[in-house]
Write a protein of this length. Structure first.
Length: 96
């Protein structure tokens, strides 16, 4: 399996500053155990995964040990990846 993985330092303009998060865009959801294993291997406080769902993006967050209900810096990192790395043209992003 080959996935694009972006590591983003949220809340910082400096490398190695802020809060690091991994962001992984997906075409469709992988099994939960695979998402968890990838987050464990990334070994960052959070790994965010998103899947486009029409005009919105379904978003999930995993620590190295569990899925969590919300993560602010990984959400911001996901928006950065969409706008700056993947060329998203929407003026507003909506995450589910």
């Amino acid at each position: 399996m080959q996935l694009d993985i972006f590591q983003v330092d949220a809340f910082s303009t400096e490398p190695f500053g802020g809060n690091p998060a991994a962001v992984i865009p997906l075409q469709s959801w992988l099994p939960d155990d695979v998402l968890q294993r990838i987050a464990e291997e990334n070994n960052l406080s959070e790994t965010a995964y998103f899947v486009r769902n029409g005009e919105t993006f379904d978003l999930r967050w995993f620590t190295p040990t569990v899925e969590v209900d919300l993560c602010g810096h990984a959400t911001l990192a996901s928006a950065y990846v969409l706008f700056e790395q993947l060329g998203e043209q929407a003026q507003v992003l909506r995450f589910n």
